[in-house]
Design a protein around this ligand. Structure first.
Ligand SMILES: Nc1ncnc2c1ncn2[C@@H]1O[C@H](COP(=O)(O)OP(=O)(O)OP(=O)(O)O)[C@@H](O)[C@H]1O
Length: 508
């Protein structure tokens, strides 16, 4: 188990202390901040591996902090602590890019499971048994079991959201390295100029801002497995350096002279056709062959239909458990809709649809309409796909429409039903939220208005319009004043949110 530096951002001092104590007792180091504003300078001055932040804080809230972290420290994982009963808050946390969420009250085991999943790559119960009901998926996992026991490099390809990381974690968990760290790095999410230092580490003074030396992902994964996610997005110069590290099995930190011996198994994923990238000169052929010793391919979800309903049931159970909701079933008609839909965003889109349905469902049964699948092609839905914004008025509950008219939903909900939220009238203190007060069972759908989501959707609309106008993505990036890499990242975010870009762009 590797020791990590974790920043806890929580305004309730007792809860903060409880979190710090638990995490430190489990062998990690903690930094503490009482607000998001206080967290930012701490992040500037020390290298943090993970941020665990409350959502509801006076001043800047957890979502705004997450947004800042994504801009200033791309790739730094954030776990958000959301309020009990606030389903939309939990859904928003993941869709805004948090690596995980924990709904208050949670116990120390839940906290450490979530922390260790991020810092040590520990696998949780859901990931230990991925869904593989379709004959194609069964065969893939049979192969995974075989290759897991070797030290072979594996290149996993497949459309975005098919489950490549799930497969990578499965291979690690079934290898003889399973007790050692599993470290994942998304090559597309890290700016080019930072990727080398993050991968290989750096010495103090190696570049402006390198106040202290730090190990890279290769060193952190020593003895275990390193997943290079979206490897196609690595620029050619760095590909050459990566190839050298893989061949020589040693790494030199940026600005360092010492070589560090490595015993790391490398897995890589790509949602591009790497053969084509090699042909077009965007990916080194030698690195391609070095990585694809054992190639594995995930079919799109629509081509393994027998996985769809079992996956939906599993994802639903995961979310209802995490959100502390009573169990929710899927109606027969909804199952048919799920199976017939084409899932351009694959399992991640399925996950999004279910989270949306969880907000809309009534009586603990998801009906076909709750999935909103027939609305995804609609302009208003495509731009507001993931959460609850811009639902037709008929789908918005009366109370939610009240909230839309300007009433605070939190106050309204607490005022009318007395349920437990983060409202001061709540019957649980923040500390009890951690220690485990008994949750109540009454739920109300939440208000479908969210300025952050709305702004994001407007940004996405501008991007789509600009690409339609310019026809070439490179030109569109120039016109938008962003790098082609940032544009790719934003397009990936849009796909992840269930926006069918192919259809959107074909409309031009
Ligand atoms: N077979 C599976 N069983 C259970 N959950 C799955 C399975 N496949 C995917 N998921 C879930 O779907 C989501 C997307 O999976 P994952 O991140 O592995 O996809 P990916 O192909 O790596 O995506 P990307 O290309 O965008 O990085 C995750 O929440 C994951 O837990």
């Amino acid at each position: 188990m590797s020791k990590a530096k974790i920043l806890i951002v929580e305004d309730d001092i007792e809860l903060r202390e409880a979190l710090v104590t638990t995490i430190e007792m489990n062998g990690h180091q903690c930094l503490e901040a009482e607000s998001a504003e206080a967290a930012l300078p701490l992040l500037e001055n020390s290298l943090v591996d993970l941020v665990v932040s409350d959502v509801n804080m006076p001043g800047m809230d957890g979502h705004a902090l997450l947004d800042q972290i994504q801009k200033l420290y791309p790739g730094l994982p954030v776990i958000l602590m959301t309020a009990y009963g606030q389903i939309r808050q939990a859904v928003n946390a993941i869709q805004a890019g948090a690596i995980d969420y924990m709904v208050k009250p949670f116990d120390p085991t839940t906290l450490m499971r979530s922390v260790n999943r991020v810092v040590n790559g520990d696998i949780d119960d859901d990931e230990a048994q991925p869904v593989a009901e379709d004959p194609y998926s069964r065969r893939l996992f049979q192969m995974a079991n075989k290759v897991a026991t070797t030290d072979s490099t594996v290149l996993i390809s497949g459309e975005s959201g098919t489950g490549k990381e799930v497969l990578a974690r499965y291979i690690h968990a079934h290898s003889n390295r399973s007790k050692a760290p599993f470290v994942a790095i998304n090559c597309a999410a890290i700016p080019e100029n930072m990727l080398e230092a993050i991968l290989f580490g750096h010495e103090k003074g190696a570049f402006t801002g390198a106040y202290a030396s730090a190990p890279g992902k290769f060193e952190q994964a020593n003895g275990g497995t390193l997943l290079l996610d979206e490897i196609s997005e690595m620029e050619l110069g760095l590909q050459a350096k990566l190839l050298r590290v893989l061949q020589e099995r040693e790494v030199e930190r940026v600005g360092g002279r010492k070589t560090i011996a490595l015993n790391v198994r490398v897995l890589a994923t790509t949602n591009r056709n790497l053969h084509e990238y090699v042909r077009e000169g965007k990916f080194r052929e030698d690195l391609f062959y070095r990585l694809s010793v054992f190639p594995m391919h995930w079919r799109p979800l629509r081509e393994r239909p027998l996985d769809i309903v079992p996956l939906a049931e599993k994802l639903l159970t995961k979310h209802t458990r995490k959100m502390k909701l009573p169990s929710v079933n899927i109606s027969t008609a909804a199952k048919t809709s799920l199976t017939e839909y084409h899932w351009p965003g694959n399992v991640r889109e399925l996950d999004n649809a279910l989270q949306r349905a969880l907000i809309l469902q009534q009586g603990n049964v998801i009906q076909a309409d709750d999935l909103c699948l027939d609305m995804i092609g609609q302009p208003w839905m495509a731009m507001t796909a993931p959460v609850t914004t811009a639902m037709p008025a008929s789908m918005v509950s009366e109370s939610a429409q009240d909230a839309k008219r300007g009433e605070s939903w939190d106050e309204y909900a607490v005022g009318t039903s007395g349920w437990i939220g983060e409202n001061p009238t709540s019957s649980l203190s923040e500390t009890e939220h951690f220690a485990g007060g008994a949750p109540q069972d009454s739920y109300k759908p939440e208000a479908p208005v969210d300025l952050g989501t709305d702004l994001k959707m407007r940004e996405f609309q501008i991007i789509i319009d600009t690409i339609r106008q310019c026809r070439k993505r490179k030109l569109a990036a120039e016109k938008l004043g962003i790098s082609p890499r940032t544009l790719r990242y934003k397009l990936a975010q849009m796909r992840d949110m269930g926006i069918d870009l192919e259809t959107e762009l074909a409309l031009s």
